[in-house]
Design a protein. Structure first.
Length: 522
């Protein structure tokens, strides 16, 4: 079936969307019905628990409970248990499981694994076998996660990825469902990594996800359902985003009704969350009109987030709050990679990176902080002690204010097709100003430093008009360090770092970082 198209279709869908918006707005439904969603929210993807070590035979339940206990001891308020990519990690009635087609007694070159490069098969086999074993031992993975969360005082949610494109360059990969192997359902006019994302203009695609949503609400007694549009945010063919926005709003109204029906059946509130791109204009431009959804009462929580490539230190939380209003909860999302520019230097985040980005989210007025890709088994590659200590701190703005923190200029990965986006780095010229929220003002005895990567060129560096004093230059990293008084930080999130050439000649800047630390912390 071809995608719906044409002026009449777009007009019809837009009219239906308006009717839904007015209907839900009139109903008075909002996040306030069940209270704001607050604290530290943690997304656990569909594979990490299964990926890293064999589960001892007969120990599936015990091993999973211990996994949840680590998060509980780290102070998680809500766990967003992701159950799907292009298949699901439990025995579903409507979607295939990851292990469908796998023979646990067969060799590594059994038909299931043949599309995977030979050197990767043992890794993927461990993942699939653990999923199979958990199911074989009678454990319903999402239900067990929910039960353990309730025992440990964590609010359990189910998170569904709405357009995951992992392994899309290999259509024979065993992790694909059949729908993802049919080019007629792919997006059009957008080459590259997202070209094989599914196009929601097709009713078959919307129905495919609706079935999974309906099963989730019928089968699992969770406190909330997340629709994760950051895997992936490209839901429509390039140039069709405006018509797609109306179509998606109408569809989301149907999903909201399913959620409300489930809440009435369960006898307790079930909230609906959406994870969307970090910039409001980008989210709306891709058809993900979260402000309109919020005002219509279709969602209870909005989570603006970076995608994956880099942590963002400047998510416009204040702008999001103005657009969403006060009836919807707002959380800012954190990632586990740091990459200032779209290419070049990259690394996993340090605790100081996380503290800086987290405090910027809290200081912007968010109700909650949302961690993505922060897994105890893998990245951000912290020790178990550091992992739990940092997660506990992330849930408390007061605790974060006592920690050394680093703020950095980065870029956004998600763009609207055809957008002429220019990342802030690298920057070339004689003078540049970078707007970067630095969180609350630190005490006057704190150390405040600016780190600039501009080779060995002499610079003029200021923070909010206060000149920095050159301190040192690292020959290996090419970072120049400038001290400035801690009182230069505005405290209101409206901070500007100006970097200029001392000799009037053009300079190239690749990194801009601000570090704030209490006395005695190097």
């Amino acid at each position: 079936m071809k995608p719906e198209s044409g002026h009449d279709m777009a007009t019809r869908i837009f009219s239906l969307s308006l009717l839904l918006l007015f209907a839900f707005a009139a109903s008075g439904q909002s996040a306030a019905d069940a209270g704001s969603i607050r604290g530290l929210l943690h997304n656990e993807d569909c594979t990490d628990f299964f990926f890293h070590r064999p589960i001892p035979p007969g120990k599936s339940a015990e091993t999973l409970d211990r996994y949840i206990d680590v998060l509980a001891d780290a102070g998680i308020s809500a766990l967003f248990c992701n159950v799907n990519a292009r298949r699901v990690n439990y025995r579903s009635d409507v979607w295939p499981a990851f292990w469908d087609g796998y023979d646990p007694d067969g060799p590594d070159d059994q038909p299931y694994f043949l599309p995977i490069p030979a050197e990767q098969r043992k890794t993927w086999r461990l993942l699939v076998h653990n999923m199979w074993q958990v199911h074989h031992e009678g454990i319903d993975y999402p239900a067990r996660v929910i039960a353990r969360c309730r025992q440990r005082g964590i609010s359990p949610w189910i998170s569904l990825r709405m357009n995951d494109v992992h392994f899309n360059s290999n259509l024979a990969h065993p992790f694909h469902d059949e729908l993802w192997r049919k080019p007629e359902f792919f997006r059009k006019n957008h080459p590259g990594y997202y070209s094989r994302a599914l196009d929601y203009a097709h009713p078959e695609v919307r129905d495919h996800f609706r079935k999974l949503i309906a099963e989730t609400l019928q089968r699992f007694d969770a406190d909330g359902l997340e629709l994760d549009f950051m895997r992936e945010p490209y839901l429509f063919s390039a140039g069709r985003e405006k018509a797609g926005a109306a179509l998606l709003t109408a569809w989301l109204g149907e999903i909201r009704e399913l959620v409300d029906q489930a809440a009435r059946r369960r006898g307790h509130p079930i909230r609906l969350s959406v994870r969307v791109p970090s910039q409001p204009a980008v989210a709306v431009g891709l058809g993900l009109d979260a402000p309109a959804w919020a005002k219509a009462g279709l969602v209870d929580l909005v989570v603006p987030s970076p995608r994956w490539r880099t942590l963002q230190f400047d998510i416009p939380i204040k702008q999001w709050r103005e657009l969403l209003g006060k009836e919807v909860s707002l959380a800012g999302g954190l990632e586990t990679r740091y990459q200032p520019a779209s290419s070049g230097y990259t690394r996993g985040v340090t605790p100081e990176h996380t503290a800086g980005a987290a405090l910027a989210v809290w200081s912007g007025g968010a109700d909650a902080l949302y961690l993505f890709n922060h897994f105890q088994n893998s990245h951000p590659h912290w020790s178990a002690e550091v992992y739990q200590r940092m997660l506990k701190a992330c849930g408390s703005p007061e605790a974060l204010r006592k920690l050394p923190r680093l703020h950095a200029v980065t870029h956004r990965e998600v763009t609207i097709p055809g957008e002429k986006y220019r990342p802030p780095l690298p920057a070339t010229g004689t003078e540049h100003t970078f707007n970067l929220p630095l969180g609350p003002s630190p005490p006057s005895d704190w150390t405040a430093e600016a780190f600039i990567s501009a080779g060995d060129r002499k610079l003029k560096v200021s923070v909010n008009g206060v000149q920095g004093k050159w301190s040192a230059s690292d020959g290996e990293t090419k970072l120049q360090k400038y001290y400035f008084p801690a009182g230069a930080v505005s405290g209101d999130g409206d901070d500007a770092i100006k970097v200029g050439s001392a000799d009037g000649e053009p300079i190239r800047i690749d990194r801009v970082e601000i570090r704030l630390a209490p006395p005695g912390v190097n």
